[in-house]
Design a protein. Structure first.
Lengths: 153, 797
């Protein structure tokens, strides 16, 4: 079946099997491999992206469900001239990543958090990001990265 | 100075934009096949028949392979080659690969899997240590470390404390599951691209399996999405599968496990059962200790013997024990072969004595801190380990410092008062030390080589056998190289790890990645720098002004080169490189390093296996809900001596990350198996790793200022594994808290101290009759659905 959507501002359209997941559509059809798969059971958050303004786990959505949708992936977060989004900068500056595998999903969830709450407390950050696992950092530096980003605006 | 700076992770810039490539992110090659496998349906059984006949009707299906298709050897293993790649006759764990499948696409592969008919005659499996002991089922021979006369000390002891302590397994849970891609080359050549901590091992096992020379195989790894030991030997099976497909079909092949498959079939941290006897005098001095350790090795040897060895070498932790007998044996069971996981047996060994320290304190009704500090290693003769290595550390000072800085004493008193009055909660605090030996205990592994290439623009490439899994090895090595050559770190690039550039390498493990590879890189840099200094000296020499040629006077700093006696005449490092090239100066070098002075005789249990120790301590305070058994780490103070850190930002990340992983091990990560050997907690929905909410509210990290660190490269110390063991303080604090229920009584608690385990333990302490099941045991097996519910208490027996 044919699926069309706007990904990072670009209209895309592909013929896919109806069972194709959104994350597969991005990774396999569009070659956008920044969105990772950690668990494929909607538990780890590695595949998080922004769909119509909301952070969702792309491993538990069919591409077909996203017909006509507006999708932002980690590849579409920085400005077109390459300037990093403050959250991206925060993760880099504050050692918010180690292996980096959880990072795209973690960043996308943080984007939503700061949109809803530009000045979150430590506890609010911890709560808002609970849906994302990180096995490397022990989370402390992720909290600091988000705080750093919040302090930039 | 380039070292000592908190530079960001090497690939941070591309990791935050999604541009960093993990193995499965690599663009698909034309004609690439998707690989999968069908494994054993049972934990133990005899393979009777494989029927692949209906597979070939599936559109897009390409080929299926069994052991009969293996051109070379069907056995592999890092120490003892006892693990079959594909089952020939006996299946030894659920999911053990039997048939390798290759298809044009994932959907054909999915259709093919259920079409594979496998007939197995099921036999009774044994899964736990207790079951294995009944079967007398072991891997390898027992190991022993012995000093003094334990029996004598035991007879004379004022207090004899004995018991059995259990620590259970843990899943590595790297977020990126196992992934390998293989490509055909000319003739026999094969290229492997893998998420592996040990490219050399993959090179070798694949060559063996294909019956070709090691020199026909190149294995590379750009980065891993976490590993923690789980990609040391466990990357071998997927690599073998993909390589066999490539060999047979002449096409590129890719295998990427999904999380459930990964959790089902890969090895994990070893569960341990430790039976101990401690001889203690009136004052609380540990005069003698005997521990019999058994680990659950799973079906094949893998790294189990080395892990048992490290466990034995860490039972002493920070304590001097004059009379000691340690014996360890690995049990063979019908689980996937258990394997390396951060700490490599060290945590299991240390847990035994930290548990014991709490028990001694409970029995003597003393503050456990006092017991710990009076038994701590100190000056000669109290500085000698059971295996004979001297402990040069500042453990007593570290204990002292954290005791003060954490305000331990006041808090202990307050907690006592709290527990007197609270009806709903219990609190506990504990201070545990940590001493972790750095080096591979297999002495020959303590070597590394590095390649430095300087290009004509002055940019530098460094390659080593070290692999990047998030621990920050690559940025640290760039910093080391930059400092050696006097250029900014940005001028140095760490290249993809590949067996083509660095051969016969050791796994990136044992926390020694930076020590070994950093040293090798520094050695190479020094050789090149000497040549460049020679050349520059000639360049700057000027007889007119009386400047003689003097290589010793050449300075390399911040990307500039000059003669100290004439600083106004400078060239950039790039200009010098170009000039040097034109003058036929060799701008490449291979460095080599072997750790000096290490050696251990595994048969006598004596030697100095470690280059040095990384030490530290932790104070943890916990609060338990008396109704649910749920507990929370309220505050943690961590103090580590990691020498002169090459990158403090990276190292702090390692400390918190390791600590939280350890917290998962002691508190919530619980592997549950069904009686037939099937893992039930096989995904994050049923296996809980720490999340944001599990971080203590108050977390304080300090680096100990050691005036004279005895570390390795640039006086830094290894930091990868040690912090994990600091989490034992949280476990000890839970024991402390529970001790308030029935003072003087020893608290039986196993790792992990899950809410269920804590609740069971609280009930038992109040009324042993009322308790259900066993506290402090191996994790009970779960009966198969439809079968009658076996009494929990009998389960482990
Ligand atoms: S991959 Fe989607 S939540 Fe884990
Ligand atoms: S950085 Fe590795 S999982 Fe988060």
């Amino acid at each position: 079946m044919k699926v069309s959507m706007t990904v990072n501002g670009v209209a895309v359209s592909h013929d896919v099997e109806p069972r194709t997941l959104l994350v597969q559509f991005l990774r396999e059809n569009l070659g956008l491999t920044g969105t990772h798969v950690g668990c494929d059971t909607s538990s780890c958050g590695a595949c998080t992206l922004i769909l119509n303004g909301e952070a969702v786990k792309s491993c538990s959505l069919l591409a077909a469900q996203c017909e006509g949708a507006e999708v932002t992936t980690i590849e579409g977060l920085a400005a077109s001239d390459g300037t990093l989004h403050p959250i991206q900068e925060g993760f880099r500056e504050k050692h918010g990543l180690q292996c980096g595998y959880c990072t795209p999903g973690m960043i996308m969830s943080s984007v939503q958090l700061l949109q809803r709450n530009p000045n979150p407390s430590d506890q609010e950050i911890r709560h808002a990001l609970e849906g994302n696992f990180c096995r490397c950092t022990g989370y402390d530096n992720i909290v600091k990265a988000v705080q750093w980003a919040a302090s930039q605006s | 100075m380039e070292t000592g700076k908190s530079l960001a992770h090497d690939s941070a810039e591309i990791q935050v934009t999604g541009a960093a490539l993990y193995t499965d992110d690599t663009v698909t090659n034309a004609g690439e096949l998707v690989v999968g496998f069908v494994g054993s349906p049972v934990a133990h059984g005899v393979l009777k028949r494989i029927d692949l006949s209906s597979l070939y009707r599936i559109p897009g299906f390409v080929a299926a392979f069994t052991w009969q298709d293996i051109p070379g050897v069907n056995l592999f293993g890092p120490v003892i080659a006892d693990e079959p790649f594909l089952v020939k006759d006996v299946c030894e764990y659920v999911g053990q690969p039997i048939v390798v499948l290759a298809a044009e696409n994932a959907s054909a592969l999915r259709k093919a899997r259920p079409q594979v008919q496998i007939e197995v005659e099921e036999e009774t499996p044994w899964l736990t240590i207790s079951q294995a002991l009944k079967q007398n089922s072991f891997l390898g021979t027992p190991r022993e470390i012995k000093r003094g006369d334990f029996e004598g000390a035991w007879r004379k002891a004022d207090h004899q404390i004995e018991g059995v302590f259990y620590s259970n397994g843990q899943e590595q849970f790297y977020l990126e599951s196992q992934a390998v891609i293989t490509h055909p080359g000319e003739g026999n050549e094969i290229l492997i691209q893998a998420s592996t901590q040990n490219p050399t091992e993959l090179q070798e096992v694949v060559a063996h399996m294909l019956g070709i020379g090691f020199n026909e195989v190149v294995c590379s790894c750009r980065r891993m999405g976490g590993a923690f030991g789980g990609k040391e030997t466990q990357a071998a099976l997927p690599a073998l599968m993909a390589a066999l497909v490539t060999k047979k079909t002449g096409r590129s092949a890719r295998i990427a496990y999904d999380k459930d498959t990964d959790m089902h079939v890969t090895g994990k941290r070893h569960p341990f059962r430790s039976e101990y006897q401690a001889a203690v005098d009136k004052e609380g001095n540990l005069l003698g200790l005997k521990v019999e350790l058994h680990s659950n090795g799973g079906a094949y040897t893998d790294l189990s013997l080395a892990i048992m060895e490290r466990a034995l070498l860490h039972v002493d932790n920070a304590y001097f024990i004059k009379n000691i007998t340690l014996r360890g044996q690995v049990c063979k069971t019908h689980l996937p072969p258990n394997t390396a996981f951060r700490g490599f047996g060290g945590p299991q060994g240390m847990a035994v004595i930290e548990n014991l320290m709490e028990d001694i304190a409970a029995k003597l009704r003393r503050d456990p801190y006092e017991i710990r500090s009076q038994n701590c290693y100190g000056n000669s003769p109290r500085d000698s380990t059971p295996y004979g290595q001297r402990v040069e550390s500042r453990l007593p000072q570290i204990l002292n410092q954290i005791h003060e800085s954490s305000d331990y004493k006041t808090r202990l008193e307050k907690i006592g008062q709290f527990n007197e009055t609270s009806l709903t909660h219990l609190r506990g605090i504990s201070l545990t030390p940590m001493k972790f030996g750095i080096s591979f205990t297999a002495t020959f592994l303590n070597q590394a080589n590095a390649l430095i290439n300087i290009l004509k623009d002055g940019s530098i490439q460094v390659s080593t056998g070290g692999t990047e899994m998030g621990q920050g090895l690559t940025v640290k090595i760039r910093q080391i190289v930059a400092e050696e050559l006097g250029v900014p770190s940005e001028q140095v690039k760490y290249m993809t790890t590949s067996t083509e550039k660095n051969h016969n390498t050791s796994p990136t493990a044992a926390s020694a990645g930076t020590d070994l590879n950093g040293m090798a890189a520094a050695n190479a840099c020094q050789a090149i720098r000497a040549r460049l200094a020679e050349f520059a000296a000639e360049l700057f020499a000027d007889t007119q002004v009386g400047l003689s040629k003097s290589p010793e006077a050449i300075e390399f700093s911040e990307g500039k080169v000059w003669d100290r006696r004439c600083p106004e005449k400078q060239v950039t490092f790039g200009e010098l490189a170009l000039q040097a090239y034109r003058n036929r100066v060799n701008l490449g070098e291979r460095g080599f390093y072997r750790t000096p002075g290490v050696g251990f005789n595994q048969f006598t249990g004596k030697g100095s296996p470690f280059h040095y120790y990384t030490t530290g301590a932790c104070v943890a305070e916990v609060e338990i809900d008396r109704f649910t058994g749920q507990w929370k780490l309220e505050r943690a103070d961590l103090l580590l001596d990691i020498g002169h850190s090459i990158n403090p930002g990276i190292d702090r990340g390692q400390i918190v990350g390791g600590f939280v992983q350890g917290l998962g091990w002691v508190s919530m990560e619980e592997l549950r198996y069904q009686e037939d050997g099937k893992l039930l907690s096989c995904s994050p929905t049923s296996y809980k790793i720490p999340n944001f909410g599990d971080l203590p509210k108050d977390l304080r990290i300090e680096l100990y200022e050691n005036p004279a660190p005895n570390g390795s490269i640039r006086k830094s110390k290894a930091v990868g594994e040690p912090p994990l063991m600091l989490a034992l303080a949280a476990f000890a604090a839970v024991k402390q808290a529970l001790g308030h229920i029935s003072p003087g009584k020893i608290v039986p608690l196993a790792i992990p101290a899950t809410s269920e385990e804590v609740l069971r333990c609280m009930t038992w302490l109040e009324d042993p009759e009322a308790a259900w099941g066993l506290t402090n045991s191996e994790i009970p097996l779960i009966s198969k659905p439809g079968q009658s519910h076996t009494n929990m208490a009998e389960k482990v027996a």
